[in-house]
Write a protein that binds this ligand. Structure first.
Ligand code: UDP
Length: 239
């Protein structure tokens, strides 16, 4: 089975906002259920899955500033929010029979394991789904940067950015009806055309270390499965 796989080890980045479903905050059980089924389908194919989840459905450092919260304090709150989401995903994946580990960049031993790279790789080799919580553990970063960092550290074959849109467009499709989607675009072109894929820290980490990114619609059932099987889904960004 695994010989048919295009990608054997993936880093799946999911935004916190996506978890919230239509109401825009908290965690929507229907989204959790759908994501778990998508992830189960690729785990059953033998894919090694690592996940980075955002925290935007609960708290974002920058927006916290508007309510008078110090930026760095807010960033730590955002990181803690990602652990809440990681635990929700863990619980849902386990309900579907998958073996999982949450590894946090901030130590909280009663709740989850601390992040240790070699251990994370060992979990993946044993086909456990590893969910990285607490971002990079540092303020001023994002979970996209976390995905780029962890993706490189665990030597993932690809960084899959699951979003609500089905790829990278020539312009914002919400504003410009003539916008078209790229199937494949180089890192250089994304940079030169100033297309908004990820923040520059995340983008540069992937570009410099040759970690391809695929932006795809995570809400379309079967997309994750099609992707790892090598079908053209979303937009591939590579050198
Ligand atoms: N964050 C941080 N360092 C990290 C990762 C995240 O400080 O390494 C904080 C930051 O405040 C961010 C919040 O956690 O706004 C939630 O993450 P993010 O906004 O990336 O989540 P998403 O947009 O994917 O839901």
């Amino acid at each position: 089975m695994s010989s048919q796989l295009k990608y054997k080890r993936i880093l799946l980045k999911l935004s916190g906002e996506a978890l919230a479903g239509p109401n825009g905050y908290n965690i929507d059980p229907a989204v959790l259920e759908q994501y778990s089924q998508e992830i189960l389908s690729v785990v059953e194919m033998g894919v090694e899955v690592a996940i980075v989840i955002g925290g935007g459905n609960i708290f974002r450092g920058v927006s916290g500033q508007r309510s008078g919260i110090d930026r760095v304090q807010g960033d730590y709150m955002g990181m803690l929010a990602t652990v809440i989401n990681a635990m929700a995903i863990q619980s849902s994946l386990e309900k579907h029979g998958m073996y999982t580990r949450v590894m946090s960049a901030i130590k909280m031993e009663q709740v989850c394991e601390p992040y240790v790279r070699r251990r994370a790789i060992r979990h993946l080799e044993k086909k456990r789904v590893v969910i990285f919580g607490a971002g990079t553990g540092n303020p001023y970063f994002t979970t996209d940067s976390t995905a780029a960092l962890r993706g490189n550290e665990i030597e993932a074959d690809v960084l899959l950015k699951g979003t609500k849109v089905d790829g990278v467009y020539t312009a914002d499709p919400m504003k410009d009806p003539t916008a078209t989607r790229y199937n494949h675009i180089s890192f250089r072109d994304v940079y030169e055309k100033e297309l908004n894929v990820m923040d520059l820290t995340a983008f540069t980490l992937c570009r410099e270390n040759n970690l391809p990114i695929i932006v795809f619609d995570m809400n379309k059932p079967g997309n994750l499965n099609r992707l790892v099987s090598g079908e053209d889904v979303g937009t591939l960004i590579s050198n």
